[in-house]
Write a protein that binds this ligand. Sequence first.
Ligand SMILES: Nc1ncnc2c1ncn2[C@@H]1O[C@H](COP(=O)(O)OP(=O)(O)OP(=O)(O)O)[C@@H](O)[C@H]1O
Ligand SMILES: [Mg+2]
Length: 280
Amino acid sequence: MSASDGLTGISDQIGGAASEATAVPLLRVSGLSRNFYGVQAIQAADLEVRPGTITGLIGPNGAGKTTLFNCISGVIPPDAGRVIFDGEDITGWRPERISRRGMVRTFQIARGLPRLTVLENLLLYGIDQPGEHLGRLFLLPGAVATREAALTEQAIAIADKLRLTEVLNNRADAVSGGQKKLLEIGRALMTRPKLILLDEPIAGVNPSLAAEIADRLVRLREEEGLTFLIIEHDMDLIARLCDPVTVMANGRRLAEGSFDEITHNPDVQEAYLGSREWAS
Ligand SMILES: Nc1ncnc2c1ncn2[C@@H]1O[C@H](COP(=O)(O)OP(=O)(O)OP(=O)(O)O)[C@@H](O)[C@H]1O
Ligand SMILES: [Mg+2]
């Protein structure tokens, strides 16, 4: 797709990432491996995400990007390797514990509960959602009501940031494809994360909405101090949004650098040889 026009100018707003390049990584993945019935999906994969960056993760289909996300976010355990997040070894932790610690991810195929409204979907992901602790409904009904009001306020504020206000009371399955993507990001924001992992946030979204999503991400980084790790096949988005970019191929890190550096890297060019997405 060509989101060039709509995305123009976003790269100008991204300044600052380079000056933080020396900071201690917020996420450090080392030697991560995972085998599926003989298929080595990731093999001693390494990755760093520095605080305040929008880091890109690219690579041909089947390179192991989603598997790496799954192992980092606790969806599946790695066979080997370590995941250090915000100074703590979180390897093998469950996803809920990882999200409470400050890292959350979205899925390549949007999840959530389609029959619930956008607002209800957001509330489901609020930290310490009262419904999860039924006992408290009887013990502290006043506290639960207060907490629910605070969560609703938080959900409304997030919907406002993502321009979802008008569809808050619509069923999640009735909103547009792009709004579903934004809702996915909104649900992640409800956990008040430090780091959000996005798996193909603009796949299947029309160019103008893709540009809008990109703009929202830049603003969230600027205004909320969030850090992002983004898997995306859309090279235009990667070029304009991400610095640095990590390239994966055959289950491991092949290269890391600015978009300009990695596109001029012969190993990267070879890994993408014959791949349609590189030329687009
Ligand atoms: N649950 C699974 N069971 C078996 N094999 C799997 C599983 N998940 C991933 N794989 C395999 O692991 C390899 C890496 O897949 P993965 O989905 O991580 O790639 P990807 O880089 O995200 O690709 P894409 O860009 O197409 O989304 C592929 O060969 C895939 O078939
Ligand atoms: Mg994938």
